[in-house]
Design a protein around this ligand. Structure first.
Ligand code: OSB
Ligand code: MG
Length: 369
């Protein structure tokens, strides 16, 4: 596939709900959107980094710089036989997986469209629908949390994940566990604890959580391994898992018994497939994470979640939960806790260009120099 030109945009899309985590509050998304052109086709990629480095280090402005000044000039005008070759072209540049993923995932979409096949078939996916749960932010009260859990269980979501932080953990989880003894329940700390908080974390063992997500440092493996040896509840890594190398070390250390895959956090689908293979060999169950994606990122995640290693419900819930209006024509909606994988060529969704135009804050073109 010969890459000819690219259009990069920054969009702003208001969320329908206030999403509070241990690291802050989100009320809107600032979204990098890449349209990558080659051989008469268009591939789409969506950034998940935010304006501020509160989840990991990457930012929208940092990624805009790298894409326009470094990564796109590196690949435009060149012919790549497959996504692995494109990934190799980016490999001299260290880190910055989320910025690389915008390009790598747009290329995968383009590549699959070139083959006239849905992306999930090209990736090795085996399912046409993906089991999903919801990620519920920190609510104003325990009562409000119970209502939110009840509403989402009634909609058929197959797992409830509650955001926690020190002081908003045991009591709220215990109340939800008592009200919904059969629910598949998990907690996500987004790195809000230290090993010194051991006693507080150990109390969660009595609540029958399916796992606790990223309790310790955002780049840590060693302390997670120490904590996992003392906890009955499986630890699931999210933030710390940014590459195949990190995954290999996490497995060797025993830093977690479950992995959350977000292709954007891993640099794209190529690296995600490698982590998928490592996890499968090590017997580690996977699930598809979410970063409040709009339609392009959500579609990419659904395709990858169709692979066999994704055995736990993902964070890919209905687009209408998040947005009054999405950036794609197709409605990505769950029914009875199942999200259908779009079936068109590539990611199988088309941009709603007039709407995208209306919410565009900045737009730039890069072409072969
Ligand atoms: O830790 O999984 C996370 C959203 C933004 C940043 C980090 C995380 C999340 C979510 C939301 O949990 C999942 C979603 O609904 O997209
Ligand atoms: Mg998480």
């Amino acid at each position: 596939m010969r890459l000819e030109a690219a259009e990069l945009r920054i969009l702003e899309l208001p969320l329908k709900f206030r999403f509070e985590t241990s690291f802050g509050v989100q009320t809107k998304r600032t979204i990098l959107l890449l349209r990558l052109f080659g051989e008469g086709l268009e591939g789409l990629g969506e950034g998940v980094m935010e304006r501020l480095p509160l989840y990991r280090e990457e930012t929208v402005e940092g990624a805009r710089y790298l894409l326009t000044e470094v990564f796109l000039p590196q690949v435009l005008g060149r012919d790549f036989p497959n996504p692995e070759a494109l990934w190799q072209a980016l490999s001299p540049f260290r880190g910055n997986p989320m910025a690389k993923a915008v390009l790598e995932m747009a290329f995968y979409d383009l590549y699959a469209k070139g083959l006239r096949r849905p992306l999930y078939q090209v990736l090795g996916g085996v399912r046409q629908a993906v089991e999903v749960g919801v990620s519920l932010g920190i609510q104003a009260s325990v009562e409000a949390t119970l209502q939110a859990v009840e509403r989402h269980l009634a909609q058929g979501y197959r797992r409830i994940k509650l955001k926690i932080k020190p002081g908003w953990d045991y009591e709220v989880l215990k109340a939800v566990r008592q009200a919904f003894p059969e629910a598949t329940l998990t907690a996500d700390a987004n790195s809000a604890y230290r090993l010194a908080d051991f006693a507080r974390l150990k109390r969660l063992d009595e609540l029958g959580l399916d796992y606790i997500e990223q309790p310790l440092g955002y780049d840590d493996l060693l302390d997670h391994a120490k904590l996992q040896r003392e906890l009955a509840t499986p630890i699931c890594l999210d933030e710390s898992l940014t590459s195949k190398e990190k995954a290999r070390k996490a497995i060797e250390l025993g830093a977690g018994r479950v992995f959350n895959i977000k292709p954007a956090r891993l640099g794209g689908h190529t690296e995600s497939l490698k982590v998928h293979a490592l996890a499968e060999a090590a017997g580690i169950p996977l699930w598809m994470g979410g970063m409040l994606e709009a339609g392009v990122g959500r579609a990419h995640n659904l395709h990858l979640a169709s692979l066999p290693g994704f055995t736990k419900p993902g964070d890919v819930s209905s687009a209408s939960r998040y947005w009054e209006e999405d950036i794609v024509e197709e409605a990505l909606e769950a029914e009875d806790g199942l999200m259908p994988v779009p079936q068109g060529p590539g990611i199988g969704v088309r941009l709603k260009l007039p709407f995208v135009e209306r919410i565009t804050l900045w737009k730039g073109y890069v072409s072969v120099s």
